[in-house]
Write a protein that binds this ligand. Structure first.
Ligand code: AVI
Length: 315
């Protein structure tokens, strides 16, 4: 089977499995086709979605002490496409000798890594098209200390057990003297979180409902995206913002001859965004073999950037 066909099959199976669950649930990875990635970029430019600006501010403010901790000649391994202003700021501050970008979206990744290579001729740049939410193999270029960079609080989109497993994989990738620079969103008042995931311009709603368009256009599913409303709210007991697609009426999604029924008011859970206190995140990181070294937060304590080092006492 061609690669695209195999990918479609895997997508079909994942969607059928998720819609068949009670309550129905789809993997948040499915939100990121090309249109979804563009909508996410638009979310990042909305005033209510505070994460990108706060994280960029912290990296700017603390670039010098971070560079001192990391030291010269490192290899920076970014989980993500290399398209952000954040990684450019880090490259200029840390002056690593090599950069590796890892992302599932191959075309996007290759284009952004090619731009980095053109703009930083002194840097050895490579791209590895991988799904880092599952075990993956890569051989980072360069000989220096490996520092993984995982911005944007994307760790919050993993269930805690899967987040721990990913942190363990990054620990193995970074090696004995490696580091991890990771952005983690902090718990805060429900109204601020509600606004951040329900922006007035409607980009988050479009991002969420794009998943249904994807099922319709890519998989030929019988589904009416207008039959669903965007729903996002803070669930304080679970420590996470939940995003759902709320069925406006009784209906069914048809896929490959199967009918997945939804009653009015029933919802499909499409994403969780966990918010970790500083202590809770440090605990999770320690369990995954990391030793917390420094953490920076903004004045309101809305967002945190942790720098962790490999804990060799437990290797
Ligand atoms: C990518 N990730 C960290 C975002 C978040 O905040 O969970 C995705 C997102 N979903 C809705 N808005 C933004």
């Amino acid at each position: 089977m061609a690669e695209g066909g195999a990918r479609d099959e895997a997508l079909r199976r994942a969607v059928a499995e998720g819609l068949g669950r009670r309550p129905p649930r789809l993997d948040p990875k499915l939100l990121y086709d090309e249109r979804g990635s563009r909508l996410f970029e638009a979310i990042c430019a909305q005033p209510e979605y505070y994460i990108p600006e706060l994280e960029m501010g912290l990296l700017e403010e603390f670039a010098a002490p971070l560079a001192e901790l990391v030291g010269p000649g490192s290899t920076l391994v970014e989980l993500g496409s290399g398209a952000s202003r954040k990684v450019r700021l880090l490259l200029e501050a840390l002056r690593p000798s090599a950069y590796l970008g890892i992302d599932i979206s191959c075309r996007f990744l290759e284009a952004s890594v090619a731009r980095l290579a053109a703009d930083y001729p002194w840097l050895r740049c490579e791209a590895a098209c991988r799904d880092y939410s599952a075990p993956f193999a890569v051989e980072p270029p360069g000989e220096g200390r490996r520092v993984a960079f995982f911005p944007g609080s994307s760790i919050g989109n993993f269930e805690p057990g899967a987040a721990r497993a990913l942190l363990q994989r990054l620990r193995a990738l970074a090696g004995a003297d490696g580091g991890l620079l990771i952005g983690v969103d902090l718990p805060k008042d429900a109204a601020t979180l509600h606004r951040a995931y329900n922006d007035a311009a409607g980009y988050t709603a479009a991002f969420n409902r794009n998943l249904l368009r994807r099922l319709r256009d890519e998989l030929g599913a019988g589904v009416d995206p207008d039959g669903f409303a965007h729903l996002a709210y803070y669930n304080p007991a679970a420590g996470r913002v939940e995003m759902h697609l709320l069925s406006r009426r009784e209906q069914a999604i048809e896929l490959d001859g199967r009918r997945f029924r939804l009653s009015a008011g029933e919802s499909i859970h499409t994403e969780s965004s966990y918010k970790y206190t500083l202590g809770a995140f440090r605990r999770l990181a320690r369990e995954a073999g990391w030793r917390p070294r420094r953490v920076w937060t903004d004045a309101r304590e809305w967002f945190s950037v942790h720098y962790l080092e490999a804990d060799t006492s437990r290797a």
